[in-house]
Write a protein that binds this ligand. Sequence first.
Ligand code: ATP
Length: 471
Amino acid sequence: MLTLDKLTSLCKRRGFIYPSSEIYDGFGAIYDYGPLGIELKNNIAKAWWKSMVQLRRDIVGLDSAIFMHPQVWVASGHTGAGFDEALIECRGCHNRIRADFLLMDKFGIDADKAPIDEINKILKDLRSQGKKVTCENCGSSDLAEAKRFNLLVKSNLGSPTDALSEENVVYLRAETCQGIYLNYKNIVDTMRVKIPFGVAQIGKSFRNEIVARQFIFRTREFEQMEMQYFVKPGDDDKYFEELKKLRYNWYLEYGISKENLKWHEHEKLAHYASAAYDIEYNFTAIGGFKELEGIHARGDWDLSQHTKHSGVKLDYFDEATNERFTPHVVETAAGLNRNVLAFMSDAYCEEEVDGEQRVVLKFDPRIAPMKVAILPLQKKPEALIEKSDEIWQNLAKNWMCDFDVAGSIGKRYRRQDEIGTPFCVTIDFDTIGQGDKKLKDTVTIRERDSMKQERIKIKDLVEYLEERLGD
Ligand code: ATP
């Protein structure tokens, strides 16, 4: 089974994910994506973009800025209680605890989005019933009262660095979708879109999470893939259901196992939502089913709020019916980093082969960071390397290809298995006409999951791979 230790070690060892600022002893809950991690992340983002934008005439893409006018976050409700979490500090070890997590984990009480007074009352009631409310870190029951903690990350722009006062504070965006609302009018005015239509965006978001751990599951800097779909009021339910189906099937299409996915319906809703479902993934390394993506019906909350705060009317004129209205929104909000974690977890397999254990990441080829590994049998003679290089040059025009000459061929296969490379191409003496003459200009191609090997002509390689790697 995949444990957190195994996962973090594989990620580090094979260049997927590194802890940030390691040479300075690390920097809490921030991670860097290494050479393989960035390929994996890009491939997931590309698959999402394909489904959301490329294959949809009714959805357009956007890349809005991280910094926005500070009023945006007032209008959206993020500077207020809507984006607060309840923080409890342990007086013993100064550990910071998220009250709703503590209540759920220890007592099975759902206090997600509950007001602070209600949380403190629940805690008081538990204590008066003789229940022990303790710090998960040191076990102390000397805990402070829960207090509000806003998750927006503050910064300042164009002012002296020590002047983080209320007048010049700016926020790093906490969700990408606000940039979509700010560009709603631009898109309607310039892109000839007709309702219903959507706007999709992938980008960084920042949240001052109270508890940031569990590897890349919850970090203070992360990436979101969001799509806001603008619909005529009244059509919300129909498009909400369509979006739910589309997003769930997307995971299945890219190889996530059905038994590791499930729906969770929210009873307590965020300040903007009128309906909310999460797609949960069974993250075994961090304790089971947890949110991977949220699908929300947001009504006209955001467009109305921005109309109110900016004074610019964000509505829609339907020429077909001569009606003017503020569109309603159904959205999908998926975490790209949580997707990386889900795809890695789902692909991870340990198998026994000839009495030895192999670890293999059985990614869908479209998601795999490297598609093909070019492996010359050995470092010499020069002709072997030259032929291998020629093959690499040709295949690299189409796909990310690895090139590895060091170590025994068996060890190199294992390394490629561990990073999920679907195909290995081995170039040997026969290939360069220094062995069996009949096999000149042929290579051995090995498939990752079955480990089956075939001998094929070099000139057929591109077609062979095209058929098996997908787009
Ligand atoms: P959670 O309840 O786990 O804090 P959320 O409900 O606040 O998440 P949303 O605001 O709906 O999350 O954001 C959409 C998606 O963005 C989430 O489903 C998740 O995949 C991702 N996400 C949110 N916060 C983080 C974070 N701190 N680190 C990594 N991904 C995150």
